[in-house]
Write a protein that binds this ligand. Structure first.
Ligand code: CA
Ligand code: CA
Ligand code: CA
Length: 279
């Protein structure tokens, strides 16, 4: 008879370990696309993605992701998608964090960041901007916007068909930001969480300046993702998932626990329960 509660506890432990975990307390989900319907992204879940029709879509995740994702494929026109934060980053904020996961299949021209004027332009509206421009050399890198220039993070820094977790820690008061990145499919990390050094800023310089000073009296209020046009057009897929905002601090937790982590947690819990039963 004593086995029943133990088995129930075990089942509950596994259910907890394998269920989709809630976000860390301070992160608020912007979107994981899992409740959206495959098809056009525009007008679903608060998204505006109408610069060139329906070139942003909701689709099942490629391998290594989960649920649905947002997908954009390059054309000869620029394609923007944005969604307002539930609560804007206050003007006097010195630390807020945008988290998202990004993936590409083929060469892309992408931008990802925050803005205080999401419908006010295309690229000039970016404050923080992680970027890739695979029509130029190197054709497999990330870039980070630093005031008027893009700093290249080096060949191979944006590997094909690989998921990256990105944290943009934003200092709205100073009009600067820092970036942390790690890489790997769920459960298969290939790169530890890395604080991105400003490549031309010297030792210890992890700070990048906002792209522009437009409308700086408006609070930061939206996450924005853009597939830039190129000639000839890049046709790789640019994929985004698991977008979170923490308006109240620098938050380097991963709000999306990887199944590998949950499995380890479950195994640990199983071991604990087994030890308890043997007593
Ligand atoms: Ca998803
Ligand atoms: Ca720099
Ligand atoms: Ca710098």
């Amino acid at each position: 008879m004593k086995r029943i509660p133990a088995i129930s506890a075990l089942a509950a432990a596994f259910a907890a370990a394998f269920s989709h975990q809630p976000a860390q307390a301070a992160f608020v989900l912007i979107d994981n696309f899992d409740s959206l319907v495959p098809g056009a992204l525009h007008n679903q879940g608060g998204w505006v993605a109408n610069d060139s029709g329906t070139n942003w879509s909701v689709a099942p995740s490629p391998a290594g992701g989960q649920g649905n994702v947002a997908v954009s494929t390059g054309l000869t026109v620029t394609q923007r998608a944005y969604k307002l934060f539930p609560q804007a980053i206050p003007l006097d904020s010195t630390a807020a964090t945008l988290f998202f996961r990004v993936y590409r299949s083929g060469p892309v021209n992408l931008s990802a960041g925050v803005t205080n004027n999401p419908s006010g332009g295309l690229f000039d509206l970016y404050k923080t901007q992680l970027n890739a421009q695979h029509n130029l050399t190197p054709t497999d890198s990330f870039k980070v916007r630093d005031a008027s220039a893009f700093d290249d993070l080096g060949a191979g820094s944006f590997a094909n068909e690989t998921w990256y977790n990105v944290w943009q820690v934003i200092n709205w008061s100073a009009k600067t930001y820092e970036i942390w990145i790690d890489a790997g499919n769920f459960g298969e990390p290939v790169l530890a969480q890395t604080h991105i050094l400003d490549p031309n800023g010297g030792a210890g310089d992890f700070t990048f300046a906002f792209r522009n000073t437009l409308l700086d009296s408006n609070p930061l209020n939206a996450a924005i993702f853009t597939y830039g046009n190129t000639t000839p057009a890049l046709t790789g897929q640019f994929i985004i998932d698991d977008i979170y905002i923490d308006i109240a601090g620098a938050n380097l937790n991963n709000p999306v626990p990887e199944p590998g982590t949950a499995i380890l947690g479950g195994a640990g819990l199983l071991g604990l329960l087994m030890r308890r039963r043997r007593k």
